[in-house]
Write a protein of this length. Structure first.
Length: 830
């Protein structure tokens, strides 16, 4: 038997007779991870085969050709002649067929089949959508490919996904007929069947499609697309889904905006959820941050101050997840299942308890008796710091004031079922914690410090075993437990750079394995109206019952400076270069902060009056009071009119302050402008002709660390920002020794408020904690307008108003969109 042809291999030119041809073809899932982004984005530049294709005895068409008029109607590009200028390089056909026989197996159009893979690798999977003979009598079929999980962005984490689950693609290309190996049974299943793991007997099944743009896994809801495929439940499933979305959107409009609940994990001071809720509100959806979790107590205080409506939990997410599981059991026991049935037990227990108490009192007349009056709160962890982690309740004791409240382990409260029952019933009613299905949306950026370039001990071989990356697993486990309708994960671009994007791929793999639709995009803060280049990765997830949200296209013209791994560069959210779009001019430092009153290095007022008027639209709208903003509810806190918060800088020590006073007030100024420093070929050296200058304290004006920073090549130490600039990122530490953060015209670092402006926080967002902690909260934040834009596209998805496109144009700009009275229209402000 002649050797089977291998479908395509760019690496195996010697094995593949048509290597020159296949190498040019970009449209195949072969070696897809390396090529995936070019795969179907680029037009096929395939040249005509040089050698003749097959006409082996083992592969031939069967039956009469399809009548010419029918074939020409269905595949017109196969029958038109290419003129010189035409970009159409498709193979031409003499005849089309409905059936072919390869190695004795009869294949029909729309059959699914294995297609010969590379030597030693698994065969590819495709649907045969066309069979034709070229004028040169070569025999071809067109394959519409399916991806295995490992052929998608998920790559090395393919093991997370069921082996039999594959993903339909729109990618099609032509292959020699004798690449067909054997027929296979592929069934389309409904998302519901996938969830319930009700899979009919088959070789493979699929419930989603995979599209390379924005690495998108999404529902298959195009009727015509699947009508040709063998399917267990077929188009009925899709019809119901569509109807579901439609019904929901009408319902929402009619029922006076029901509340959508958001759980903000790793919430920090709440910038991300604040932005998301603003954006959702603009779209017409009432999204409320019902719960937030962060390990940093000051960040929690800030969030609570600005969002009194939120249950803010200051604890590690690991403990939060354990608590959620315990809470679900308690609700089961006291509310959902056993409430009634335990009544008599409870009475009996009560009597026993009272009797025991009486006896105890009789036995020891002098002993102090503590009686539980009520339970105040619940946590999982080690609140007494005695290394006994577990489930605890905070107890208020009868006859004692709240200074005597203590955390008691659940085991010690077995006699207090009534108090526990009251607490659980109330907590259940108030939703102090989400039960599975109760959080509609989870957002958050699990810290992955193990990927940071600053971390010298990065574990490249097993990034998930690094304790510093563990939060990604915890985050996904919380999603798995709570099963929200929507998920938005934010992270640093490093998760796509480090170890070939291992962690980013893992995140997608986990979502898809949990039957979420998913897509990934990168967004730059400056593109949404801020003077900041910061770039972040955002991963959407949506249950199969929901519409997958899109990414909001930029509103402002800012060229991103972030170095993006080439493999992922196509997921940067941007207009394509040839698109004619009206982007607003980028905002610079001047437009963002030059209305703020001058402050001194040692100013320590947390509140002051503006004493100035806004000079730009940005400044006008960023000053809005809470009550003037969209999404305002009466219980939201509002800054007293005219007060400016957190406009104070980190106080530099006397030496640094003296140094900063010597830095000229001009563009590009830094320590290199100080006396005694020479710059040669962008490297600093001491000027031998100048005696070293000393400060009042006796320390040198130019510190050694500035001269040696990045081997003398950095101009960052004591760098001054200038009015026309855009900052690379807003930092978490206001440290002038190795960062450019001096005010253009004042001898100090940018104040907390100035940094907050660069992150898009409205001025009324007041922060808590020591100065350094407030800088940290601001630097850690997701830029508010970026989150807002995503909240808007989420709202569109909830309303069923988004189509399949991964991108949406925004009808507003930040921050004018914050204004309550403003209609959702572009007022042209920038
Ligand atoms: C990048 S910040 C989040 C910023 C936030 N999304 C915002 O927009 O303001 C990451 C947060 O994770 C918190 N964090 C780190 N480890 C944690 C853990 N194990 N459990 C809970 N929070 C944690 C940090 O305190 C920090 O506030």
């Amino acid at each position: 038997m002649p050797k089977k042809r291998v479908r395509k291999s760019s690496k195996q030119d010697d094995v593949v007779p048509h290597s020159s041809k296949w190498k040019k073809s970009k449209k195949s899932p072969v070696n897809p991870v390396e090529e995936e982004l070019q795969v179907s984005l680029l037009p096929s530049r395939r040249k005509k085969a040089k050698q003749s294709s097959v006409n082996s005895d083992d592969a031939c068409f069967v039956g009469e050709p399809i009548p010419a008029d029918e074939a020409q109607k269905k595949w017109p590009h196969r029958y038109t002649k290419n003129d010189e200028s035409s970009e159409d390089e498709s193979l031409k056909a003499k005849f089309h067929y409905r059936e072919a026989k390869v190695d004795g197996i009869l294949y029909k159009l729309e059959d699914n089949a294995y297609v010969k893979g590379e030597e030693g690798k698994e065969d590819y999977i495709a649907t045969i959508v066309e069979m034709f003979e070229t004028p040169e009598e070569e025999q071809y079929f067109t394959a519409q490919w399916f991806y295995r999980a490992e052929d998608t962005v998920i790559k090395d984490h393919g093991n997370l996904v069921d082996k039999k689950r594959i993903f339909k693609s729109d990618v099609k290309d032509e292959n020699p007929l004798d690449c067909l190996v054997r027929k296979i049974n592929i069934v389309q299943i409904s998302p519901d069947a996938a969830k319930k793991k009700k899979i009919p007997p088959c070789d493979f099944y699929f419930d989603m499609k995979y599209n390379v743009p924005y690495l998108t896994f999404s529902n298959i809801d195009n009727e015509s697309e699947t009508s040709t495929l063998s399917s267990e439940s077929g188009s009925n499933v899709r019809a119901t889904d569509k109807k579901g979305v439609k019904e929901k959107s009408t319902q929402i409009k009619e029922s006076n905006r029901p509340e959508w609940t958001l759980l903000d994990l790793y919430s920090g001071c709440g910038a991300m959820s604040t932005g998301l809720c603003f954006g959702a509100s603009i779209s017409g959806i009432k999204l409320v941050t019902k719960w937030a979790v962060d390990i940093n107590k000051y960040a929690c205080e800030s969030l609570k101050l600005n969002h009194p409506e939120t249950y803010v939990r200051n604890e590690p997410t690991e403990d939060f997840l354990s608590l959620l599981k315990e809470w679900a059991k308690l609700c089961d026991e006291f509310v959902l299942n056993g409430a009634e049935s335990t009544d008599s037990d409870l009475n009996a227990a009560e009597e026993a308890e009272e009797k025991a108490d009486d006896e105890a009192m009789d036995d020891s007349p002098d002993s102090e008796v503590f009686e539980v009056e009520r339970l105040l709160s619940i946590c999982y962890g080690d609140p007494n710091e005695d290394e006994k982690p577990g489930l605890y309740f905070k107890v208020h004791w009868k006859g004692y004031d709240s200074s005597y409240d203590t955390w008691e382990p659940i085991e010690g409260l077995s006699e207090c079922k009534d108090a526990m029952k009251d607490f659980v019933i109330n907590g259940y009613k108030e939703k102090i914690l989400p039960l599975p299905g109760q959080a509609d949306f989870i957002c958050g950026g699990p810290p992955c410090q193990g990927v940071s370039g600053f971390n010298r001990f990065r574990n490249k071989n097993a990034p998930l075993e690094d304790e510093k990356n563990k939060q990604l697993i915890v985050y996904m486990n919380i999603i798995d437990f709570l099963k929200p309708k929507y998920v938005l994960m934010e992270n640093v671009v490093d998760i796509l750079k480090f170890a070939g994007g291992f962690l980013g791929r893992y995140a997608v793999g986990r979502l898809v394995a949990m039957n979420y639709q998913a897509r990934m995009g990168m967004m730059a803060a400056g593109s949404y109206g801020l003077p900041q280049f910061r770039m972040r990765v955002f991963l959407w997830g949506a249950l199969a019952t929901e519409k997958l949200p899109s990414y909001p296209l930029p509103t402002h013209k800012v060229v991103s400076r972030s170095v993006i791994p080439t493999e992922f560069e196509e997921i940067t959210v941007a207009y394509s270069t040839n698109e004619n779009c009206q982007l607003a001019k980028a905002l610079n430092l001047e437009g963002a902060i030059n209305d703020l009153p001058p402050v001194e290095n040692d100013d320590s007022d947390d509140e002051r009056s503006y004493g100035t008027t806004p000079r730009t639209d940005f400044q006008k709208y960023i000053r809005l009071q809470r009550s003037e903003m969209v999404n305002y509810s009466a219980d939201s806190q509002s800054a007293p009119s005219g007060m400016l918060y957190d406009h104070r800088p980190l106080k530099l020590n006397t030496d640094d302050y003296e140094r900063v006073c010597h830095i000229p007030k001009k563009k590009g100024a830094n320590f290199r402008d100080l006396k005694g420093v020479l710059v040669k070929e962008n490297k600093v050296e001491w000027d031998p002709s100048v005696e070293r200058v000393y400060l009042k304290s006796g320390k040198p004006l130019v510190p050694d660390y500035a001269m040696t920073f990045v081997r003398g090549t950095s101009s960052k130490p004591f760098g001054r920002l200038w009015w026309d600039e855009i900052v690379s990122t807003v930092v978490t530490r206001a440290e002038p020794h190795n960062q450019v953060l001096l005010h253009p015209e004042q001898d100090r670092v940018l104040s907390i408020r100035e940094n907050a402006r660069l992150q898009g926080f409205p001025d009324c967002y007041k922060l808590c904690g020591p100065v350094k902690q407030r800088y940290m909260q601001v630097g850690n934040a997701v830029a508010v307008p970026v989150a807002l834009a995503l909240g808007y596209t989420l709202g569109l998805a909830i309303l069923g108003l988004s189509d399949d496109s991964p991108l949406t144009t925004l009808p507003f700009k930040y921050p004018s969109c914050l204004a309550r009275s403003l209609d959702v229209v572009d007022d042209g402000s920038s």
